[in-house]
Design a protein around this ligand. Structure first.
Ligand code: SF4
Ligand code: SF4
Length: 150
């Protein structure tokens, strides 16, 4: 098994890449959605929270979880892609979409076991976290230290 993603609870999630870990700390999340706003602003024209690469889900009173790509070491999306449009950036560890190779089949979004890859039907492209080239914008703008890069 490859490297582990360490969660704020102290537990680990298997199969996560070594580089560019985005550590999710739901205990600190206040549900402000600043991360969604920042993400959508850097990835698309205009702020569209629905097209953010990170999503905030309320799970109880004043409790939230952050959902985003885990950059799995054994990535189902990368394996299923018929055109090799998904490749890992060896510097950042992020699996990135090559829009020129993508044929918009949507298979990658279908096979993600966590449901963390989405599909932009307007552009015909998958939507996934690319770790912003190694310096995730969501973490930079989080006001409560709920996202951390290690
Ligand atoms: S910016 Fe930070 S505190 Fe606000 S919703 Fe996102 S992860 Fe939670
Ligand atoms: S939608 Fe694009 S990136 Fe996803 S599997 Fe199909 S060709 Fe590959």
């Amino acid at each position: 098994m490859n490297d582990l993603l360490r969660l704020s609870s102290g537990k680990t999630a298997p199969g996560v890449a070594k580089q560019g870990r985005l550590i999710l700390k739901p205990d600190n999340c206040i549900g402000c959605r600043t991360c969604e706003l920042a993400c959508s602003l850097v990835h698309i024209d205009g702020a569209q929270l629905g097209l953010s690469r990170i999503h905030i889900h309320p799970v109880g009173q004043d409790r939230y979880i952050q959902a985003t790509c885990l950059q799995c070491a054994e990535a189902a999306c990368e394996k299923v892609c018929p055109t090799e449009a998904l490749r890992r950036n060896e510097e950042t560890g992020a699996i990135e979409v090559n829009a020129h190779r993508c044929i918009g089949c949507g298979l990658c979004a279908t096979v993600c076991p966590f449901g963390h890859m989405h599909f932009d039907k307007t552009q015909g492209l998958p939507i996934k976290c690319d770790l912003c080239g190694g310096a995730p914008t969501c973490a930079a703008f989080c006001p409560n230290d709920a996202l951390e890069v290690r």
